[in-house]
Design a protein around this ligand. Sequence first.
Ligand code: ADP
Ligand code: MG
Length: 447
Amino acid sequence: MQFDQFNLDRRLLTAVEHMGFSEPTEIQHQAIPAAMAGHDLIASSKTGSGKTLAFLLPAINRLVRNRALSKKDPRVLILTPTRELAKQVFAQLKAVTASTQFKSVLILGGENFNDQVKVLDKDPHVIVATPGRLADHLAKGLFYLNGLELLILDEADRMLDLGFAEQLKQINQAADHRKRQTLMFSATLDHDQVNEFAKDLLNKPKKIAIGSMTSEHKDITQKFYLCDHLDHKQQLLEHFLQTETFQQVIIFTATRSDTERLATELNNTGINSVALSGDLKQSERNQIMESFSKGQQQVLVTTDLASRGLDLVNVSHVFNFDLPKHSEEYIHRVGRTGRAGAKGDAISFIGPKDWQSYLNIKGLLQQEIEFSQVEGLTAKFKGLKPKKKAQADSGPAKNKAVKKAKKPKAAKTKKKVIFSNEDFGDMPMIRKKKSTYNESDDFEEQD
Ligand code: ADP
Ligand code: MG
């Protein structure tokens, strides 16, 4: 199958040729004709499988082939959860529209509002945006979406996780007409929250799922290492960075402050590293992404800010220094390597504080997970045993890694302990109330 079998406009075929792609990927093969036929789509396929072009090509093709519904209103709106991803999608859009007359703009949180007002005033045909800022402009009546032909939600599930449901609904209502087509893409779309939301936004959507979200990513070798404490994680990390051959590396930590701390430590050991988190100014974020993507740094230490969508071709290794709280983010984080057919390694560290996340990820992946070991750096920690109450819900006690527990250290305190840390007293596992899990440490795009 070649791209020219899609009946796409010649200029788009030329653009694809310039990008150097000869054959469509599986998701492109299925999603492009379905979108060209006018269907709404809920489309999922593994990380790095070419979903961006799968929506950009039919979208721009529609602009070329159909008359605009309105002269002023934008015709295509593409939303992504992060500014970095929006920029990347915008760059691909520019390549796709290179030989057309269509004007496109990027509207991101963290950038000057008035400058954006000026560019919106020029009636762009395509907008790529983060949802918060776009909704702000919309609320101020700075443009209208009555003529919108295509609404595209990339990483739709993450936008919902980040709390953008309200903004998405406003945008949806502003573009509520019969001729609008809506496309949702992600590697992880198969859960209730998304399905519920899709009912509101999409009209008789066609579901396209290439593989399931839990099916193994054959190009990514995934390994898990038990760790006793922070220093142990650090020693393991340094061991890998010193012994493995790597191109570029992304390390995910749990919090923003950890990114800075770890990057500084690595720089002190002579490993050229940079930290990216939502704490930084947008100009700093831009500069860091630019220098990392040019290969000026070997290591990017970041949070879930960078878990979604980013296509950095030289990333050979992903480390989960801490596991993510949302188990889907595990799939996305490891998917920053092994893209477009390349091979990659994903290495995850599991300390006592990561145990619950580990169980969640294991449940999501529905796979047996074996722990690997590094000689001389073997953990004493073997897992946490659930107390009776928790045992009933999850049953992880059957896990081989869980041995007989000693009396939990934390039992002396009045706090409610659901997991006892059997071999090693790094930290008692205290169940946090839901509200104490701070999303902002993962990341958010507020505006
Ligand atoms: P996803 O959104 O599925 O994670 P992307 O759209 O970011 O994946 O694409 C991943 C990589 O694959 C990018 O570098 C992109 O340029 C490349 N790519 C896209 N389509 C093709 C194709 N048909 N053949 C080869 N590489 C492709
Ligand atoms: Mg993508």
